[in-house]
Design a protein around this ligand. Structure first.
Ligand SMILES: [Fe+2]
Length: 351
């Protein structure tokens, strides 16, 4: 070892004891996605760890039925199943956790709150399934969207004779990444309610202590209204990549549905064959109805009713409706608000 090498070695040993690292040392662990442009310049763009993946409804339904058998009483706050992306240690994408929840007849998923933002997209329920968010009763009818924004009290109820099933989408991986996870139980099974008359036939008010107070905001978006809005927008033409799409926004502010998650309803017209696009945002798609596929560079996800899909960030893909006679409807959630908040969002479309 020459004198310069010895000096460098000694310096790096001192740095190690001082918990200091030089950028020249980091260079030894250069990201795999560091590449060179044709003119020789180094560049990096995101290399998603998540994989494109599809969770089939028939398999999920079998697992949900099995969970009701082996967990006749939910022993945790929720009887939830999570879509685990095969490319990740945890999560459906790097920021989003999605999955399905089932509540047995007569069951209550007890009141709690957390800084994690969450939403429910109803799949299969009867007339008397509802969520209470900060005291407000929100009926859950098929394909309704129910928001439980961060730190809002929420409990879920199934007062029908059959299991109630919905899609859960949460920002758990993101909140965990920045270590901002706070959680607490109410200490009572249910919270006080302000508007039980929202339920068919009303319901009995259960007196409780403190009623949580929070600025009221829209936390329920009915499917009938959403579907009607899609029909109206369809008359104005379709986006070449997304088909006909509407975003669920806070009507008071126009902001995204949740601080970290944006929600959309999409309609792929019959015969729709989308252009290729990649976005900085990752996405989860749930198939409301119809059949089609998402084509990626090295895989294709063939989807049908009630399947769930993960689309990783910065991954080329395109949407196709397999039917030439029927539209396909998707409910889509992305983490775009996180990227917009820091000016990070990018997208590219192939002509
Ligand atoms: Fe929760």
């Amino acid at each position: 070892m020459d004198e310069d090498a010895k000096a460098l070695d000694a310096l790096e040993k001192l740095m190690a004891t001082a918990h200091v690292r030089g950028q020249w040392q980091v260079g030894a662990n250069r990201p795999e996605n560091m590449r060179r442009s044709p003119d020789g310049r180094v560049f990096i763009d995101p290399a998603p760890q998540a994989k494109p993946y599809l969770w089939r409804w028939d398999v999920m339904r079998r697992i949900l039925d099995g969970a009701c058998v082996v967990l006749p009483e939910s022993e945790t706050a929720r009887r939830s199943l999570l879509y685990m992306n095969p490319g990740l240690q945890r999560g459906t994408t790097q920021t989003i956790w999605a999955g399905m929840q089932v509540i047995q007849p007569g069951e209550i998923a007890w009141a709690h709150r957390h800084t994690v933002n969450a939403l429910r997209f109803t799949i299969d329920t009867g007339d008397n399934v509802f969520t209470v968010v900060d005291g407000e009763v929100l009926p859950m009818r098929p394909y309704d969207l129910i928001l439980t924004p961060g730190w809002c009290w929420h409990d879920h109820h199934n007062d029908t004779p059959k299991p109630a099933i919905w899609l859960d989408v949460l920002d758990v991986p993101f909140i965990g990444m920045i270590n901002q996870n706070y959680y607490e139980e109410l200490g009572e099974t249910v919270q006080d309610r302000r508007n039980d008359t929202a339920l068919p036939g009303g319901a009995v008010l259960r007196p409780l202590g403190e009623t949580p107070v929070r600025a009221a905001r829209t936390c329920r978006y009915g499917w009938d209204e959403t579907r009607a809005r899609l029909d109206t927008v369809a008359g104005q033409g379709a986006d070449p990549c997304d088909g006909v799409a509407v975003e669920y926004v806070d009507p008071a502010t126009g902001a995204s549905a949740l601080a970290t998650l944006a929600c959309y309803a999409q309609m792929l017209p019959p015969g729709f064959s989308g252009h290729r696009r990649r976005r900085g945002a990752s996405a989860v798609h749930f198939v409301i109805s119809g059949e089609g596929k998402i084509e990626f560079d090295d895989t294709t996800l063939d989807f049908a009713r009630h399947d769930g899909m993960a689309v990783p960030n910065w991954t080329w893909h395109r949407l196709v409706n397999a039917s030439t006679t029927e539209p396909a409807f998707l409910f889509t959630v992305t983490d775009r608000p996180i990227l917009d908040a820091f000016g990070l969002y990018r997208e590219q479309t192939e002509p």
